[in-house]
Design a protein around this ligand. Structure first.
Ligand code: EPU
Length: 336
């Protein structure tokens, strides 16, 4: 493959200026053998979706970048109760959610307006407003570039967890080309998540449709999350840390207003609250800062380099560690 000077700024929502050693756009399954060649030639091959969860740390990325651009939504099966659809990995997630809601297919309406591609949804098991991608995924279709083999991974084998899956930190040689969803045709709104519940209480609606929930979630998100087209960002920069009961009680006795949610195996702490309590919400250091309306979101005020973002992330982690003795893990994927 040719060397490249293609600037990747438009392909990452943090809007970091950088190039890779090689760049390739994947548009159809026929190109999969070619991706295997790239993978063999460049041991560091990074698969890029919408670039909405990626931080390029250097202005010259070592290795190749394969950007997933294939398109298509295909109905595989349908009955009175549900519908099985195969969606190309390069489709926009937001567009797919709207496509489904318009047809009355439900299960993903709470995941409206999340930037990025369909192929990235299973990788970090995107989640918001009380729903996660795993709730609606039936199986994932990928191509193992090392073994040159097609693979189908059933939902049970995807190892889904909170912002986690079998592809999050391992199996990077598997290129996801399609995701198959099982969507419901009988709509039962899921409005348990606090922000959504409060909205519905303030604006009661008799029989909201999936399309209406999609609009409401979009409105709530837009009210607190920065638009990457205006202010570069990668959504939540850190994960909400999970701690055990003892650790939770230690923190709660010391910090009475700690925000935490009970989970199956412990407590999930609100990373946004931890960051805000350190006085970092809305704080700006040079070209980067934590957003003024959502402390969990780091923003690029313009011209920030990957290194500045990484340094600032370290500073936030250290400040939280010093105050609470809690380790924040980054959610965003760092690429060197
Ligand atoms: N909070 C603060 N300060 C803030 C923001 C929030 O103290 O600046 C507290 C509030 O008490 C609030 C609670 O944290 O009630 C939870 O806040 P929010 O509903 O915004 O959720 P989050 O846990 O901060 C997660 C996801 C978001 C997703 C929202 C809504 C992660 C890492 N992030 O954020 O996902 O939109 O829930 O469901 O789990 C993303 O992944 O890029 C993303 C934006």
């Amino acid at each position: 493959m040719e060397k490249t000077t293609k600037n990747l700024k438009a392909f990452n929502t943090f809007a970091i200026d950088c190039t890779a050693e090689a760049y390739f756009e994947f548009t159809s399954k026929e190109q999969l053998p070619q991706t295997a060649q790239i993978y063999a030639q460049y041991p560091k091959t990074h698969i890029l979706g919408g670039g909405s969860n990626t931080v390029f740390l250097n202005n010259r990325i070592s290795g190749a970048v394969i950007r997933i651009c294939n398109k298509g939504i295909e109905t595989l099966e349908e009955n009175d109760r549900n519908v099985i659809v195969r969606v190309a990995a390069g489709e926009s997630w937001e567009g797919f959610v709207r496509w489904a809601c318009k047809r009355g297919y439900c299960g993903i309406e709470n995941l409206a307006a999340i930037p990025g591609t369909v192929g990235a949804a299973p990788v970090q098991n995107i989640g918001a407003y009380g729903a996660q991608a795993e709730d609606s995924i039936a199986w994932v279709e990928s191509f193992d570039m090392a073994r040159q083999k097609f693979i189908q991974t059933k939902k049970e084998d995807c190892r889904f967890g909170y912002r986690n899956s079998r592809w999050k930190s391992e199996n990077k040689q598997e290129l996801i080309h399609s995701v198959v969803f099982s969507l419901n045709k009988n709509f039962v709104p899921n409005t348990d998540y606090k922000a959504l519940r409060e909205y519905m209480e303030r604006n009661p609606e008799k029989n909201p449709t999936p399309e209406r929930i999609c609009e409401i979630v979009t409105e709530i998100r837009n009210s607190k999350l920065p638009d990457p087209k205006i202010l570069g960002n990668a959504g939540s920069f850190f994960k909400n840390p999970t701690v055990d009961k003892d650790e939770y009680e230690r923190l709660k006795s010391k910090f009475k207003d700690l925000v935490a949610f009970e989970e199956q195996n412990g407590y999930k702490l609100s990373a946004a609250w931890l960051i805000e309590s350190c006085g970092l919400k809305g704080k700006r250091f040079g070209n980067v800062g934590m957003h003024e309306k959502q402390a969990l979101v780091m923003v690029n005020y313009g011209g920030a380099t990957g290194k500045q973002i990484a340094d600032f992330a370290l500073r936030v982690r250290q400040t939280v560690k010093d105050r609470f003795d809690v380790d924040l893990q980054t959610e965003a994927h760092m690429v060197e």
